[in-house]
Design a protein around this ligand. Structure first.
Ligand code: LLP
Length: 472
């Protein structure tokens, strides 16, 4: 049967890395696929993910619904891990950047694959800890961590990636206070530096260039090292992150060469013996056919080669190499199912097809002009006979999920499924227009389990307070 899925999958597979049909799922790099690895069309002509009929999932759990494919997520984790073992001679650790999607189930799955977690708030720390991730594998980022968050992180025992002078001084004085107690262990920190490497991605998600709000300016590095050397902090290494949704390999391959000079300087001049180098995340994913990211293995190979060459040339031992992918781990593993409502045709201009969600569950199109692909899950082999624009239900003209997409004739009640929604969708979701946040399920081998409950109308009022004098 020829279905829209074949054409999406064909594109996904052949454009970048030709594979034959017999290729096993787990040799495909999930970040290069438009579809979750287990997506197929079943005998009812419905889309199936993880062995579950998506139309039935919507009947059971309602819509909008985030559908997480466990096989895709575990495969991505394994590919990062295995590629490091294959291409890097030193020790290594993959950390999942949980800002992409922080929830108990996602953290538990990546944790069970041996990954650590990069967190950016006390909320993300709590989620990782409750999901069972060891604090020794939790790394705390952020450019304005509050005193409360820092104290909580120290109590939990995670590593703190220090971003700036204010934070460094705050931590040093917290450590000084605690140093008097018998049970004192020096807080483990890393220093985040701005490496001055530019890359081609959306301006909002570039972080490695010098004019960035993140990290220490390299011009101040000697003063920072001198301060750290005189403190009771245990500084184990340095960190850089240059941006997100990056398709070029060179900028990441260059990080090793930039960081090695600081590694050397810290040891030789300030007696700081660093052991870990964290090169951040940033590998892109395929949202539409024309996106052409390298595979997870190609990315790890390039990064490892850059770090190895730089450290060998500098005569230094290979550091423990950390990387912290978010999008390329979880992005392609999830699809969002919506129910189609009405439509509106503006003659000679366009037809709007409306769905029961929009910018509140996926704010990326309105924020970054991001593009997505979608199918109608209950009529997978129907001809793509119309070009339509998928409009969200929010009171905002810009709430357009997909502009000009080819779909079959649709009717109210059809199930629209948008791919590539695992990263920065749920985590950036809002209650704009007081829409409850959708539910999420994980699917695997024909089983589905709820991982996030749908918010109810009552939930929306949970934090509201009505002062006595305003009550009727
Ligand atoms: N490490 C650090 C320090 C980061 O700031 C980020 C992402 C990552 C790792 C993970 O990067 P990834 O592998 O996911 O590219 N909301 C935007 C993306 C913001 C990325 C922020 N930092 C979007 O939806 O495109």
């Amino acid at each position: 049967m020829t279905t829209v899925l074949n054409s999406l999958r064909q594109e996904a597979v052949t454009t970048n890395s030709p594979q034959d049909n017999a290729t096993s799922l787990n040799s495909l790099s999930p970040n290069q696929q438009l579809l979750p690895l287990t997506a197929v069309v079943n005998a009812n002509d419905h889309l199936e993910i993880g062995g579950c009929d998506v139309v039935e999932l919507v009947q059971q759990y309602g819509s909008p619904l985030y559908i997480l494919d466990e096989v895709s997520l575990r495969t991505a984790c394994q590919q990062y891990r295995d590629a490091l073992v294959k291409h890097y001679q030193g020790a290594s650790q993959v950390l999942y950047a949980s800002k992409a999607w922080s929830c108990l189930a996602v953290c538990a799955i990546v944790g069970s694959e041996g990954l650590g977690i990069d967190v950016v708030s006390a909320g993300e720390i709590l989620t990782a800890v409750r999901a069972g991730v060891s604090p020794s594998l939790i790394y705390f980022h952020g450019n304005n961590k509050s005193l409360d968050e820092l104290s909580y992180a120290l109590e939990v025992g995670c590593t703190i990636v220090v971003d700036n002078w204010h934070e460094l001084k705050t931590l040093a004085s917290l450590a000084k206070e605690q140093a008097l107690s018998v049970a004192f262990t020096a807080p483990r920190i890393m220093l985040r530096l701005t490496p001055g490497i530019e890359c081609h991605t959306h301006e909002y998600i570039q972080t490695g260039h010098i004019d960035s709000k993140f990290g220490f300016d390299p011009n101040e590095i000697e003063a920072v090292f001198a301060f750290v050397a005189g403190s009771s902090l245990n500084c184990i290494g340095i960190h850089a992150h240059i941006g997100s949704q990056i398709f070029e390999l060179q900028p990441h391959q260059d990080i090793g060469g930039v960081m090695v000079q600081w590694f050397k300087l810290a040891g030789e001049k300030y007696g700081l013996q660093f052991s870990e180098l964290n090169i951040g995340g940033g590998l892109g994913i395929r949202y539409v056919e024309s996106d052409d990211p390298p595979s997870i293995e190609e990315w790890i190979k390039a990064v490892s080669a850059g770090v190895t060459e730089a450290f060998v040339t500098a005569g230094l031992a290979l550091p423990k190499l950390l990387c912290e992918p978010g999008r390329s781990l979880v992005g392609a593993t999830c699809a969002t199912a919506y129910t189609i409502g009405g439509s509106k045709t503006v003659p000679d201009i366009r037809t709007y097809v409306t769905i029961d969600g929009g910018m509140s569950d996926n704010p990326r199109p309105i924020t970054y002009q991001s593009k997505y692909r979608a199918v109608v899950a209950n009529q997978m082999s129907a001809p793509l006979s119309q070009t339509v624009t998928i409009a969200g239900k929010h009171c905002e003209s810009g709430d357009i999920l997909i502009k000009d997409i080819k779909l079959p004739e649709t009717k109210a009640g059809d199930t629209l499924v948008v791919f590539g929604t695992g990263a920065y969708n749920y985590s950036m979701a809002s209650n704009y227009n007081r829409l409850p946040k959708p539910a999420a399920v994980v699917v695997q081998g024909g089983d589905s389990s709820l991982i996030i409950k749908r918010e109810t109308r009552e939930d929306l009022l949970r934090q509201d307070c009505l002062p006595e004098r305003l009550r009727k």
